[in-house]
Ligand binder design. Sequence first.
Ligand SMILES: CC(C)(COP(=O)(O)OP(=O)(O)OC[C@H]1O[C@@H](n2cnc3c(N)ncnc32)[C@H](O)[C@@H]1OP(=O)(O)O)[C@@H](O)C(=O)NCCC(=O)NCCS
Length: 201
Amino acid sequence: MPITTRVATSSDVPEAAAVLAEAFADDPLMTAIWPDQRQRRNALPRYFTASLRHFHIPRGGVRVATGIDDTIAAVAVWDPPGQWETNLTTTIRALPDLLPALRTRATAAITIRRTLDQRHPHKPKHWYLVNIGTTRKSRGQGYAARLITERLTVETPTRAYLVCTHTDNVSYYNRFGFTVTESFALPTGERPTMWAMTFNM
Ligand SMILES: CC(C)(COP(=O)(O)OP(=O)(O)OC[C@H]1O[C@@H](n2cnc3c(N)ncnc32)[C@H](O)[C@@H]1OP(=O)(O)O)[C@@H](O)C(=O)NCCC(=O)NCCS
């Protein structure tokens, strides 16, 4: 199956948000924000729409992988070096789109965001893999691997950082050269463990 990748633009937001919402439907971090499954499933498409539109697509690092029918099979949300922090003006602009997704879970989301931001390294500058997801039907066909390896091999040296939210995925990221630098628990919900991972090459 030929895989094509390209930079995501604002016209990709609805389709890319749907791919991420499906991929993260049972993710431990998303479950810590929205423990109720129904609430989470309703919230995720809106959440990813707001997050892509206001924060990540404008930074230029989001890439999508498509298959033979040109639909999006996988999305990698990369923030370019030095651009992972969100300023207050952008956050305020995003609120009308974010709040309908967060509703009663806004405090949990802010608490988790703060925990992730406190752990995030400032130096050296690095690409930040915020989210990566493949639709269920397209998994195991190399879509996510392509979106990771092309980012890690296009420039040398490359440094990258991510927070792995699921124990099963630690070995997935190890395949590409990421190693765990620390693990920590989120402060809310079932206090799931997260793994900070870095890539230096
Ligand atoms: C993790 C995820 C993005 C992988 O996407 P994918 O497109 O299926 O991955 P690929 O097909 O590119 O995988 C490449 C290889 O890794 C293997 N692999 C896939 N998931 C793996 C895992 N969790 N652990 C170890 N290996 C894994 C594949 O079998 C494949 O092996 P091969 O090259 O020997 O055939 C996808 O499973 C997903 O969307 N999961 C839900 C969302 C998620 O957990 N995101 C990451 C949050 S930390």
